[in-house]
Design a protein around this ligand. Sequence first.
Ligand code: SF4
Length: 203
Amino acid sequence: MEEYKRLVEEIRNCKKCPLYRTRKNAVPGEGPLDADVMLVGEAPGRKEDEQGRPFVGMAGKLLDAILEKVGMPRITVYITNVVKCRPPGNRDPKPDEIRACLPYLRRQIELVRPKIIVALGRISGKLLFEAAGLRWSGISKERGKLRDARVFGVDVRLIATYHPAAALYNPGLRDSIERDLAVVSRSRREADSRRRGTLEDFF
Ligand code: SF4
């Protein structure tokens, strides 16, 4: 817990890339530190920058609704972004900004040690697939499949899906996200019942 608090403080005071000049608040991430599932978006937007919390704008509300629907409420997952400060005008984060910020995501993954990581969108997908040594062929080809992977030294199941912001005005993409997160929720339930079964055998 102490290490996590230190990490949050570091992020809130970070000046390692030019995005600190235009942010109102850095957005470290939030959720239980023993979460099985970690969702990784690309960068905070306007509302997130104002509140210092991830996924609190319209895309966040859509994500909350989908998570609820697939039986994986938001309070049970850890949510963060690749880049912790808002790029001006919501542009894509630049490679040097991603490089500067990446050690924070790495430390979050090492601390939370999730069983499943969900990359939300193409930027997060490409980054996490490459970190795991997997080939990235674009979000529409790679989404929806759980893969065994080692991300920053942690063994996880890795899956990509569309970013909820892309689905705001596209019901087709919304359905895809729902299907992909249903895969995650099912896998988490199966792992839970295997764990419970093992414990019952033990006792
Ligand atoms: S985006 Fe990351 S590296 Fe850049 S200032 Fe914010 S916390 Fe620091």
